[in-house]
Design a protein around this ligand. Structure first.
Ligand SMILES: C[S@@+](CC[C@H](N)C(=O)[O-])C[C@H]1O[C@@H](n2cnc3c(N)ncnc32)[C@H](O)[C@@H]1O
Length: 183
């Protein structure tokens, strides 16, 4: 059976360039940051954001224990401030919305800042760059985030951006994702 969270990597990986700049908008425990670090290689750059110090600590431990190249910057700030840190075009961005697995479930991404961060990420995309945004509709804020993100993406100019949704239609509370590709 399809594992959406594994499948998402296949879609984004075709846009990631060795030596390119990428952003992990929701660092969490660092699994995606590690994957991005390996994908861009030693000459690439990974910027990763989280609002929890625990997430930065856990990610730093993971990257060190896995011997990742020192091509990453871990940032303790909300992802909607991405443009204060990232000044060059990005070839890829990842959002895994929701709360830190194994952490405080009340600290979750919120639609207000998620929408701002996603818009900023789209503005930063290089030609042929892409953003992958995974949504978890199993809780109320996740459901709302998914609806508002879809509404925002539906209004984008098709000549500049292609926004696609991947969803298991007979499992309404399963995670789903959007792929947002710049022409
Ligand atoms: C589902 S987890 C991410 C999982 C992560 N990608 C991994 O590989 O482990 C979502 C993360 O988003 C973080 N988060 C919540 N609001 C945020 C914000 N405004 N800016 C950046 N990160 C935020 C949470 O603290 C949490 O760690």
């Amino acid at each position: 059976m399809i594992d959406l969270l594994k499948t998402e990597k296949q879609f984004i990986s075709t846009h990631i360039k060795e030596g390119g700049t990428v952003v992990d908008f929701t660092m969490g425990n660092g699994h995606d940051t590690l994957w991005l670090s390996r994908a861009v290689g030693k000459d690439g750059k990974v910027y990763a954001f989280d609002i929890q110090q625990d997430a930065l600590d856990s990610t730093a431990r993971l990257l060190e224990s896995e011997g990742a190249d020192k091509n990453y910057t871990l940032i303790l700030d909300s992802h909607h401030n991405v443009k204060n840190y990232v000044k060059e075009p990005i070839c890829a961005g990842l959002f895994n919305l929701g709360y830190l697995p194994g952490g405080d479930k009340t600290i979750t991404t919120l639609h207000e800042t998620s929408l701002l961060a996603l818009s900023a990420g789209i503005e930063l995309l290089a030609p042929d760059g892409a953003i992958l945004c995974a949504v978890y509709p199993g809780h109320a804020e996740g459901t709302l985030e998914g609806e508002l993100i879809e509404e925002m993406l539906s209004g984008l100019d098709r000549r500049k951006i292609c926004a696609t949704k991947f969803k298991i239609v007979n499992s309404p509370t399963s995670p789903f994702f959007f792929l947002i590709e710049k022409k």
